[in-house]
Design a protein around this ligand. Structure first.
Ligand code: SME
Length: 153
C-alpha cells in the first residue's frame, strides 16, 4: 500500500506556489506517479452552478462537463462526501469515460461551505481502493486545498 504519510509530506514540499492551476496539475501528476494501479487521476471544477468542468488530469481524454445529477462525480458533488466504488459496472448512472475503469474514488473539495470541485481517481482493478486509500487520498486533497488560493477557478 502507498505510504500516505510520506506522500503527504512530499506533496506539501512539491506545492511551492499558491497558484491552484499549477498545484492541481502537480497534484494529479504526483498521485499518478506514486499511487500504484491507477489509469486516471484528475480534477473537475465547479465553475458554473451544479456543473463540473474538466480540469487538470492524467490519463485518457475524459467526459466533460458532468452535471451534479450524473455519475459518481456528481454524487460526490451533491453529497459533499467521498464516493468509494468497488466496481463501477454495478453503478447504474456511472459515466463510462474509459471502459477499462473498474474502481473509482471521488473526493469532494470543499472550501468554506462551497464545493470547489472534486478529485477523481480511477483504477482498472475492481475494489482497488480500501478505506486506508480513501483517508490517504482525502489527506492529499487537503494538502492541495491548504496549499492553494481557491477563491476563484
Ligand atoms: N466515471 C466518472 C466520470 C469521470 S471519469 O471517470 C474521468 C463518473 O461516473 O462520475
Amino acid at each position: 500500500m502507498a505510504n500516505y504519510e510520506l506522500l503527504a509530506r512530499q506533496l506539501e514540499a512539491l506545492l511551492d506556489t499558491r497558484d491552484w492551476l499549477t498545484n492541481a496539475a502537480q497534484t494529479c501528476a504526483f498521485i499518478m506517479q506514486e499511487v500504484p494501479q491507477l489509469n486516471w487521476v484528475g480534477f473537475y471544477l465547479q465553475r458554473a452552478p451544479e456543473l463540473l468542468s474538466l480540469g487538470p488530469f492524467q490519463g485518457k481524454p475524459a467526459c466533460n462537463p458532468i452535471p451534479f445529477d450524473k455519475g459518481v462525480c456528481g454524487a460526490a458533488a451533491r453529497s459533499h462526501e467521498t464516493q468509494r466504488v468497488e466496481d463501477v459496472h454495478a453503478v447504474a448512472d456511472h459515466i463510462a469515460c474509459d471502459a477499462d475503469s473498474r474502481a473509482e474514488l471521488v473526493v469532494p473539495l470543499i472550501v468554506g461551505d462551497r464545493l470547489w470541485g472534486v478529485l477523481d481517481l480511477d483504477s482498472p482493478f475492481p475494489a482497488r481502493f480500501s478505506k486506508e486509500d480513501q483517508s490517504g487520498i482525502e489527506r492529499l486533497a487537503r494538502v492541495f486545498i491548504d496549499a492553494s488560493d481557491l477563491d476563484r477557478t
